[in-house]
Write a new protein. Sequence first.
Length: 123
Amino acid sequence: MQEDITSDFYFCRMELTPEEADFVLFWKDNRDKRRKVFRQLALGLPLGFLIVIATFINFFSGWYTRAVMARNEATRQHSASLILVLLVAAILIVIFVLIFSVRHKWDINEQRYRELLEKQSRP
């Protein structure tokens, strides 16, 4: 009798699509590689630099008059502190974007991998 019940519910079993199966195989092989620091640097660095370049273009374009006045005042006083603050901020932005974006992408892939394994292991 038990076999009849399980055979009736066989159609409820969730099979993985070919794309999902390919992702499971890919992520099983590459999940540890993607967690390494050098790999994270290579993937997140361009995005961080893009944000910093856009910020510098915005700062030096002159559309915000207060920023222009502060920049002009700092250059009149021969103060390098403004440039130093901008460089430190740029480095911090690159580091934050680099770490956050790559780890976030890794977490999303890991969650999808675990969900697909759960889906695959259901009877």
